[in-house]
Design a protein around this ligand. Structure first.
Ligand code: THU
Length: 127
């Protein structure tokens, strides 16, 4: 699975987003150390603060399946180029960074961009 394919799966996942309030669909696709793939979309709630982002939805599926090491996460929104994870999702993704690191992948007009998690969340908090 290459990073371009992961963006395509994130795009597909964004089609299931439940976004009646923001109208801002997001999809995420994460790759584990063992090569497994999990996807997620955002889903909102009438109580706005209960919204779950696409990235945390995908991470939850991986964790529920017993995974603990994430190598890469691709994020896609049809509404925004270079849609990077929000601060909360950066911290949640960082928790499960694989021993080889964790790349964040976004879609840009001429292809993809790849950010090591350290670039998006420097000096991160971890126990
Ligand atoms: N959202 C995500 O799913 N991931 C992010 O990293 C940024 C924000 C969602 C939350 C909400 O449903 C919509 O995008 C607008 O904030």
């Amino acid at each position: 699975m290459n990073y371009e394919e992961m963006i395509k799966l994130a795009e597909k996942a964004s089609e299931n987003a439940y976004v009646p309030y923001s109208h801002f669909p997001v999809g995420a696709c994460i790759l584990t150390e063992g090569g497994k793939i999990y996807t997620g979309c955002n889903f909102e709630n009438a109580s706005f603060g209960l919204t779950i982002c696409a990235e945390r939805n995908a991470v939850g599926s991986a964790i529920a399946d017993g995974e603990r090491k994430i190598k890469a996460a691709a994020i896609f929104s049809p509404k925004m180029d270079n849609c990077t994870p929000c601060g909360a999702c950066r911290q949640v993704l960082r928790e499960f960074k694989s021993d080889e690191g964790l790349d964040i992948i976004t879609k840009v007009p001429d292809g993809i961009k790849v950010y090591p998690i350290e670039e998006l969340l420097p000096q991160s908090f971890i126990l």
